[in-house]
Design a protein around this ligand. Structure first.
Ligand code: AMP
Ligand code: ZN
Length: 115
């Protein structure tokens, strides 16, 4: 398995795991795009939302609902943005589904059509 997130999950690649439960783990993004930039990564490897089984979807829903309970630890008190990049147009680079958690500053919402 060459997946970088699976390697982090099993300890082959070192990374500080900020939170872990039976469904997912949270790490800091290595190339942060905001003052606080975390990745919430399902423990089970699958690539895309379209690959989710019903069981995966249940685990994912539990994981999303966990984020507000970690608000203080992660510094999300003033709000946060969740992003899932899917496929080439979104610029997905790691094909193990993950949710970006951006926070720690006001987050503008660029009009991408104008770029
Ligand atoms: P995406 O472009 O949505 O597939 O996001 C992949 C993210 O994984 C990028 O923001 C990378 O900076 C991040 N990333 C890649 N390798 C690592 C790593 N070893 N530790 C933490 N974050 C990583
Ligand atoms: Zn993986």
């Amino acid at each position: 398995m060459s997946c970088i997130f699976c390697k982090i999950n099993n300890g082959e690649v070192p990374s500080e795991i900020l939170y872990r439960d039976e469904d997912m783990f949270i790490i800091k993004d290595i190339d942060p795009k905001a003052n606080k930039h975390y990745l919430m990564i399902p423990t089970k490897h699958y690539k895309l939302i379209s690959d989710m089984t019903d069981e995966d979807a249940d685990a994912f829903a539990r994981s999303i609902r966990k984020i507000p309970t970690l608000s203080k630890e992660l510094g999300l008190e003033n709000g946060y943005r969740l992003i899932i990049n899917q496929g080439d147009d979104a610029g997905q680079t790691v094909f193990h589904l993950h949710v970006h958690i951006l926070a720690g500053q006001p987050l503008d919402f660029p009009d991408l059509k104008k770029q």
